[in-house]
Write a protein that binds this ligand. Structure first.
Ligand code: MEV
Length: 321
């Protein structure tokens, strides 16, 4: 073990371009890293065996905090065992600019930063596949049978083409255009949204179940289309596909009045497309702007319509790791 007593590791947020909810049923998804929203895990070694965890997300939260701390504790126990760190005391603190429970991958980012800081402490080099597997230990507790797309996007540091239980491939493209991400400021529970979509799929009313299945299949097809639009720089087509995805997600009951207001405002301000991103009900939307000037106009409109935070991200991914 190194003589240094403090270790720090970073991770970042993510946005789903296409494929939330349908990914749970094995359809493909495209997930982009959001490097502009960062999370840091800082670990200080103690000279006793006491372990403390201070995660700023969970200050003031009661029910959610218990769940989230449980997944972190299970992950830490596993890392301690695998990295031979049992009995090592530490103070772990987590700070973040990724808003919690807004569909931006905050729980996966917590897990990945913890994995990285423990790997540093144990002087282990850890590859993408290992990071993904460990992150899923925490994510499966937080979201119950999470598809893994958040862990994949956060651990890879790159855009990913994600299909449940298949090899995850990173995805390189350099498409002109800017994504504007806007936060409603309202929290959404992934677990509840996923379970409500499942209820529609399993509805005893055949017409409801059939429509839900169709929506999920259509989202899968849109993911294939979007991959092609990204590679061929077809921005308008990409925007249309995003609009279609939002409509399907609304039919699947995971939009909300606030998300719809932001989506409408972005479209009226000239966005090529706009949709909710993440599990929905609260959280964020993503919108596609042709260039920086349009992105500024859209951002201004979104702020006026109630967005509490905004990020502008160029539509470029190097497809690394
Ligand atoms: C959550 O970021 C994305 C969902 O599709 C759930 C999952 O894939 O585990 C809603």
């Amino acid at each position: 073990m190194s003589g240094i007593q403090g270790y720090r590791a970073l991770s970042h947020g993510k946005v789903i371009l296409i494929g939330e909810h349908s990914a749970v049923y094995g359809e493909p998804a495209i997930v982009l890293p959001l490097h502009e929203a960062q999370l840091s895990a800082h670990l200080k070694i103690r000279n006793d065996s006491v372990r403390t965890i201070d995660c700023e997300y969970f200050h003031g939260l009661i029910d959610d905090a218990q769940d989230n701390l449980r997944n972190i504790q299970v992950l830490i126990n596993r890392l301690s065992r695998d990295f031979s760190l049992d009995g090592v005391g530490f103070d772990l603190s987590i700070t973040s600019s990724i808003p919690h429970a807004r569909g931006m991958g905050s729980s996966a980012a917590v897990a990945v930063a913890i994995i990285r800081v423990f790997a540093q402490l144990a002087e282990r080099s850890i590859n993408f596949a290992q990071e993904f597997e460990y992150a899923q230990i925490a994510e499966n507790i937080a979201h119950s049978r999470a598809s893994g797309m958040d862990s994949a996007a956060v651990a890879s540091d790159s855009a990913v083409w994600f299909k449940r239980d298949e090899t995850i491939s990173t995805f390189g493209f350099e498409t002109p255009g800017i994504l504007v991400v806007a936060d409603t400021g309202i929290t959404g529970q992934t677990r509840t949204a996923v379970s409500d979509v499942r209820s529609l799929m399993q509805s005893p009313a055949m017409s409801i179940a059939h429509k839900a299945f169709e929506g999920i299949n259509r989202l899968g097809q849109l993911a294939y289309d979007c991959a092609q639009y990204l590679r061929q720089c077809e921005l308008s087509q990409l925007g249309i596909a995003m609009n279609q995805a939002h409509d399907i997600l609304s039919e699947l009951s995971v939009s909300s009045a606030e998300l719809d207001t932001l989506v409408k405002s972005a479209r009226n301000a000239g966005a090529l497309g706009a949709k909710l991103t993440g599990s929905g009900r609260g959280g964020c939307i993503i919108t596609l702007a042709e260039n920086g000037d349009k992105a500024d106009t859209i951002s201004h409109a979104l702020r006026k319509s109630g967005a509490v935070r905004l990020w502008q991200v160029p539509l470029i991914s190097k497809g690394i790791r």
